[in-house]
Design a protein around this ligand. Structure first.
Ligand SMILES: [Fe+2]
Ligand SMILES: [Fe+2]
Length: 200
């Protein structure tokens, strides 16, 4: 799906369904991080690109509010965010695999592509969650995750387009870098514990 090189393992969906409350709390934090990251990127891209990141951030805030509603309905508190090994290691991968003396433009493209990959993985997992929830009869939450799946897929495409534009429309260069990062992300995902979190 999208740029991903390793599908999520079956153990993850089992762990997620076993502790859906933990997944929902983590999900709420993921939406906060997606919104703040989009705003941070909006301050770094050329002015003509900023509105698309602002719109993306607004959509992530809306997702956050929707997940908060789900948490509220289940009597769950948001609490503090857990350590996010997945995002931390993805950023480290981008740094490690970058050419020596990475330019500000290359750093920006990497940030956009890392964000795109996070969207792609979220998207894949929302689809898995939606199918698994539908199979166990939770139609409402299944529909919620199905809607988010479509939204995060759009975000993925927007972020890749912005990366390409940041490189003056050089699609081949963007694709090569995205594929490199996605290969590394595939290895990273296989090394994760399969915890009950969106990127566990
Ligand atoms: Fe979102
Ligand atoms: Fe998103």
């Amino acid at each position: 799906m999208l740029c991903l090189t390793s599908p999520t393992q079956a153990a993850w969906i089992e762990a997620a369904l076993d502790d859906l409350d933990a997944v929902l709390v983590d999900h709420a934090h993921c939406e906060i991080k997606a919104a703040t990251n989009a705003l941070s990127l909006a301050s770094r891209v050329p002015a003509a690109m900023a509105p698309r990141l602002a719109a993306l951030a607004e959509e992530e805030v809306r997702h956050f509010r929707e997940v908060l509603d789900v948490l509220g309905a289940r009597g769950l508190a948001l609490g503090m965010p857990a350590e996010d090994r997945y995002a931390r290691e993805l950023r480290a991968i981008a740094h490690r695999t970058a050419p020596a003396g990475r330019s500000p433009q290359e750093t920006l493209v990497d940030r956009l592509l890392v964000a795109a990959i996070v969207e792609a993985r979220s998207c894949e997992r929302f689809k898995l969650l939606s199918a698994a929830l539908a199979a166990r009869g939770d139609a409402e939450l299944a529909a919620f995750y199905d809607e988010l799946f479509a939204s995060e897929a759009r975000h993925y495409r927007t972020l890749v387009e912005l990366a390409t534009e940041s490189w003056g429309g050089d699609e081949a260069r963007t694709k090569a870098r995205l594929e490199r990062l996605a290969r590394e992300e595939g290895e990273l995902v296989l090394s994760l514990s399969g915890a009950a979190s969106i990127h566990g």
